[in-house]
Design a protein around this ligand. Structure first.
Ligand code: AMP
Ligand code: GLY
Length: 455
């Protein structure tokens, strides 16, 4: 958790002065090694005025992206990243994942005067502590499930006995997306409480939140912000379960599509008013100058949209899905957020089409996975078809092999979702590795014609 890191407890450093309105960063560092960071790097590299993009540490697909190169530094190594920014005269740093943000990487880099897109450790608590985030939501009147905090097994069990109904159990800290159980019974709630306090999530499970269960479709909303103003991206829908028909265990996300018709323009504006504006105001009220993306995971309940979780980063695979829809102003917009002058940035064009993303995972995912299998790809990227590697690695002999659970994402854009998913699945048919698995029903909510994807 943020507070256990020495850099995190230091006061946030002064932020750099606003620079020229609309300036484009020529040299960009993206921190992270997943599909999200490759998609960010790819989208930034194609903005006019951007000359070079480094991705640290990147993965086996990074060097294959036009304009992107690997910087072999771990995302946790703030000192080495700061030195690399100096050596390479970096104009903008974009931090992808939550753990370096929660550990204070943005604070460390800002101390050197670098513009960073990503909140400091203070703002990253939105994701890094569920108790902190719930407290902020309640204070700001943001619609969210009722909750109780507990910092010991006894306290949690006593709460459960009093409430005597199935609850959602959430480890307080960062648990790589695995810290949440939606229990079907009181017994299962109790087992989930025991699991948290038995140490399954390490320090992330020192305390927990018990939540009322909500129901309804889920949608992800992303606000790019400089701490004052914000730009909303089209809503996206993720597919968290491993199995077709939304069955089986939760994963990091097996595919996504955008824009999700679940929230039309009016619905999105309502979310801005009921959720995002009050969140930013509450952050400011706590003295937090939040520069980066606020990801609101929403459930659209019978009583309107409610916040299920906040994250301090882009969703993955939502990011891969959204980046191809964003205009060439993206680099200037992220720099303006980092510099605190979003109001002066060019407006971000958003393509009118539909974007479809399907994740190919390694055998065993979301459990223990096979690694080291060569990845073969005949997919030729076009303006409307992309491949973003995630869990892959380049061997010394130049072979690209699997190295993680979610191996890669194939993304396609078209005028409608049927055509977009057909193109994504056709692209995926050209990709293979031993044990490849993917859901064939991604986008079932918006497809009228189920395509006949490869078997
Ligand atoms: P999270 O890791 O917070 O995104 O939670 C993982 C998943 O658990 C969410 O995508 C929801 O499907 C589910 N979930 C979380 N909170 C609740 C809730 N209060 N009621 C019902 N489902 C929930
Ligand atoms: N796609 C869900 C997440 O990034 O948390």
């Amino acid at each position: 958790m943020a507070s256990s890191d020495p850099t995190a407890s230091a006061a946030a450093p002064p932020l750099p002065d606003p620079a020229t309105p609309g300036a484009v960063p020529a040299r960009i560092l993206v921190v992270g090694g997943g599909g999200r960071e490759n998609a960010l790097g790819w989208a930034l590299a194609r903005c006019p005025g951007v000359e070079a993009v480094w991705i640290a540490p990147g993965n086996g697909g990074t060097e294959g992206l036009p304009g992107c190169q690997v910087l072999a530094i771990a995302q946790s190594d703030g000192e080495a990243l700061a030195a690399a920014c100096r050596d390479r005269a970096i104009d903008l740093v974009v931090v992808g994942p939550e753990s370096p943000l929660a550990a204070g990487l943005a604070d460390r880099l800002r101390r050197d005067g670098l513009p960073v897109f990503g909140p400091g450790a203070d703002g990253a608590q939105l994701e890094a502590s569920k108790q902190w985030a719930k407290g902020l939501m309640v204070e700001a009147g943001i619609p969210t499930a009722g909750y109780w905090s507990a910092s010991s097994r006894e306290e949690a069990v006593e709460l459960l006995e009093r409430l005597n109904r199935p609850l959602v159990v959430k480890a307080d800290g960062l648990a790589a997306g695995k810290g949440v159980t939606v229990a079907a019974s009181v017994q299962e709630t109790r087992a989930a409480i025991e699991e948290v306090f038995d140490g399954r999530f390490g320090a992330a499970g020192a305390s927990l939140v018990l939540e009322e269960q909500l129901s309804g479709p889920e949608v992800s909303v992303f606000a790019l912000t400089d701490g004052q103003a914000m730009v909303l991206l089209p809503p996206a829908q993720d597919h968290k379960r491993i199995g077709e028909g939304d069955t089986g265990p939760n994963t990091g996300g097996m595919g996504a599509y955008a824009p999700a018709p679940l929230l039309d323009a009016t619905g999105l504006e309502a979310v801005r008013r009921s959720v995002l504006d009050p969140t930013l105001a509450a952050l400011r009220g706590r003295g937090i100058d939040y520069r980066g993306v606020i990801y609101a995971g929403l459930m659209l309940t019978a009583n309107g949209p409610q916040v299920i979780e906040f994250n301090c980063r882009f969703g993955d695979p939502e990011c891969e899905t959204l980046m191809p829809l964003l205009g060439p102003e993206l680099a200037a917009v992220l720099l303006a957020c980092a510099q605190g002058n979003l109001a002066a940035a060019p407006s971000l064009a958003i393509a009118p089409g539909c974007s479809a993303c399907v994740i190919a995972a390694a055998a065993g995912y979301p459990g223990e996975v096979r690694r080291g299998d060569p990845i073969h790809s005949a997919l030729k990227p076009t303006d409307t078809l992309q491949i973003f590697h995630a869990g892959s690695r380049l061997e010394e002999d130049g072979r690209c092999v699997t190295a993680g659970g979610r191996v890669l994402a194939v993304v396609a854009q078209a005028d409608d979702f049927d055509a977009a998913f057909e193109a994504a699945y056709a692209g995926l048919a050209g990709v293979s590795f031993e044990g490849i698995s993917f859901r064939r029903d991604i986008g079932h909510q918006v497809r009228r014609r189920p395509s006949s994807p490869p078997t």
